[in-house]
Design a protein around this ligand. Structure first.
Ligand code: PHE
Length: 488
């Protein structure tokens, strides 16, 4: 920059005025942008006076830029065709290849005989690419060549800003040593009076500040939280990823041979592999009994239930493990009080990863315990919740869960994938689960579990879950994400 400024000053000294910064850039063999930077800086110290002008100039189109970088299509083709030629039908079907063939043939580089493309010349010069370089540098190019390049859609006329430059009031051939800061030292020594200071540039912008940004999924979580709080739900403590199979499966009347328990779906903890705490022996036995012998109107699963299986430590596969614990606590209360609970936290499943599945995701869990509740209440609560988060198109489909009856999957319509996607599961907890807990027999519990990611993908038009959660999320996207506004 210093050298460029000195060169401009020398040039200005000879000529007093320079008609066009565009010509100056050609003479000094630098880009116009660099010249503009240098003359603006000379203007700020009154070494030069600028006048902004406009003219129509040819500039490159994206194709033109591409040709400069990689060569024209005919050049690219020329350098790939072997001496013996190629069969036309073996050439890839590609726009660049087609263009290369046509232009190369017109330029007399290739011949086409009996379906074979052959080079007629040994070496060629990519003249059009060189001309494009000249245009880019605003150099003079003959009119017929311009016409040709314009026909190829590699250049277009565009209004271009440039400057005329004349000497300013403080013009000199040497650059001043300007101080930028008034220092403590200058004040103490009194040298500030002799210093020449650089003028303030009030138009300069500061460095962009990189600040922390909330992840979009976390914004959505906050919003879901608020919706559920508004609906009168209390948050459950979910800060425990490792659970025993007992709370994750057994208390939910899920038989020990259930396929969801095996290694395909569940992550087992190696160390410690087992939880040896049986907090409440009596409850533990009640759970075992209901699996083995039934009760509460049920004949049970009737198989030999094993303590060891229930003691296994696992990464929780659903937050329903937490719901079970909360209901257990609720049943310990002297007097039953109706409750609405919710949570939003991580769960883990050993699944095959694809556009809509990850091995960990966030589950939104909700439950209501009260007298006289049924499936119709569940459907209404879920519909109200989804309406509040902006999803009106939802469907219920009957399904099976070992711990609920009736049970229904919840589907929502995904506009990008253009299909209904499953976003959750719900049901009325079975007496085989509630009975051993000791809740009054006329109390029923309706509950559901959703993924936080799926409705977020639907509302934000995200086609791939990996763009929303996990290590491949683009940090730029997190920064650019608007303040979340889910409610419509
Ligand atoms: N636990 C279920 C799941 O993981 C969701 C669910 C919760 C279903 C409560 C019914 C009742 O999908």
């Amino acid at each position: 920059m210093e050298d460029l400024k000195l060169a401009i000053l020398a040039y200005l000294n000879e000529n007093k005025t320079i008609e066009s910064s565009l010509d100056l850039a050609i003479k000094l063999e630098v880009s116009h942008n660099e010249v503009v930077g240098a003359i603006k800086s000379l203007d700020s110290i009154q070494y030069a006076v600028l006048q902004q002008l406009e003219t129509k100039k040819y500039v490159l189109t994206p194709d033109g830029e591409d040709y400069i970088e990689k060569g024209t299509p005919e050049m690219r083709l020329f350098s790939t065709v072997p001496a013996e030629g190629v069969n036309i039908k073996d050439l890839p079907k590609d726009q660049v290849v087609d263009l290369g063939r046509n232009y190369g043939k017109a330029k007399g580089w290739f011949s086409i005989e009996q379906g074979k493309l052959k080079k007629i010349k040994e070496a060629v010069v990519d003249e059009d690419a060189d001309l494009l370089r000249d245009i880019q540098a605003f150099k003079e190019v003959p009119a017929d060549k311009i016409k040709n390049l314009e026909k190829r859609r590699t250049i277009k006329l565009q209004l271009t800003k440039y400057y005329s430059i004349s000497t300013g009031p403080k013009f000199s051939l040497t650059l001043p040593k300007l101080a930028t800061d008034l220092t403590h030292d200058m004040i103490i020594k009194g040298t500030w009076a002799q210093e020449e200071f650089k003028a303030y540039n009030f138009n300069a912008l500061g460095k962009e500040i990189t600040v922390g940004n909330l992840h979009p999924l976390m914004k959505v979580r906050t919003q879901f939280c608020n919706v559920l709080l508004e609906m009168g739900f209390e948050e459950m403590p979910t800060n425990q990823y490792v659970e025993s199979a007992f709370w994750n499966f057994d208390t939910l009347f899920q038989p020990q041979s259930h396929p969801a328990r095996d290694a395909h779906d569940t992550f087992f903890i190696k160390d410690p592999a087992n939880s040896n705490q049986i907090e409440d022996k009596a409850y533990w036995e009640k759970v075992r009994d209901v699996h083995e012998k039934g009760g509460h109107g049920s004949i049970g699963w009737r198989y030999p239930w094993q303590d060891e299986e229930a003691k296994k430590n696992i990464l929780r596969t659903h937050t329903t493990a937490v719901s079970a614990k909360m209901l257990y606590k609720l049943a310990q209360e002297k007097e039953f009080k109706p409750k609405k609970y919710f949570s939003i936290d991580r769960v883990f499943r050993n699944e095959t990863l694809d556009a809509t599945h990850l091995a960990e995701f966030h589950q939104v869990e909700g439950l209501i315990a009260d007298r006289g509740l049924g499936f119709s209440h569940l459907k209404t609560v879920i519909s109200v919740f989804f309406k509040k988060i902006g999803l009106e198109k939802i469907k219920f489909k009957p399904t099976y869960n070992p711990y609920t009856e009736p049970s229904a999957e919840i589907f929502a319509f995904h506009p990008i994938l253009n299909k209904w996607v499953e976003i959750g599961n719900s049901g009325v907890f079975r007496p085989e689960m509630l009975g051993p807990l000791g809740l009054p027999s006329d109390v029923s519990v309706i509950a559901w579990g959703l993924s936080l990611e799926r409705p977020t993908m639907i509302n934000y038009n995200i086609g791939n879950i990996r763009d929303l959660f996990g290590h491949s999320v683009n940090v730029k996207d997190i920064r650019a994400n608007p303040i979340c506004c889910f409610q419509k």
